[in-house]
Ligand binder design. Structure first.
Ligand code: MG
Ligand code: ZN
Length: 193
């Protein structure tokens, strides 16, 4: 009998943008305002090599608030891809929620299913890219990131050490670099499962 390799949905690491991949900043609206967190290239490359899709999941209510437009958003996305690309990291996708119920731009002003803590962007990515959410991770610096991961059924990792009474993530660390390295250690044995 010919051995068959079963096709299996891919694992993903979902990454918040502001404060996780990039340094915290109040509503960045220009590519030059995005600065990568230190020492994230190597752990992201390691996760990529392990077979994880790397997917950005970001709330960008600045669009609903009229602080910048989609042209500026795409310029920021291109900048983020270039910054990571220069370190050998390739993003598989970027999902951004432009909505906010109290925004000033009518077409973005509603309660959507994608703004974190809602899990909509993760669920959409899982459909688009055939991902196994239960073997994936959501990484972020805010409680809404952890809640979105929980609601989508991923494992969760929180950057930062403040205890704020929100649901506990599976992994924590003081920096994004540290958190990504811990995820790598937690999952290197996944091949044998
Ligand atoms: Mg954040
Ligand atoms: Zn949305």
């Amino acid at each position: 009998m010919t051995p068959r390799v079963p096709t299996r949905a891919q694992r993903a690491v979902f990454l918040d943008r502001d404060g996780t991949l990039t340094q915290p900043r109040h509503y960045p609206s220009h590519p030059d305002e995005l600065i990568l967190q230190p020492n994230i290239g190597a752990p992201l490359r390691a996760l990529q090599k392990e077979g994880f899709a790397l997917i950005v999941i970001t709330n960008q209510s600045g669009l609903a608030r009229g602080m910048f437009d989609t042209t500026a958003l795409y310029a920021m996305h291109n900048r983020l891809r270039a910054l990571l690309g220069s370190q050998g990291v390739r993003l598989d996708a970027i999902y951004a929620c432009p909505h906010h119920p109290e925004g000033s731009v009518p077409r973005y002003r509603f309660v959507c299913r994608c703004r974190k803590p809602a899990p909509g962007m993760l669920l959409q990515a899982a459909r688009d890219l055939t991902l196994d959410l239960s073997r994936s991770w959501m990484v972020g610096d805010a409680p809404c990131d952890i809640e979105a991961g929980n609601r989508a059924g991923t494992r969760t990792a929180r950057v930062g050490t403040e205890l704020d009474g929100h649901p506990s993530p599976d992994v924590t660390g003081a920096t994004t670099s540290e958190v990504l390295r811990r995820i790598g250690r937690e999952t290197t044995s996944d091949h044998e499962r």
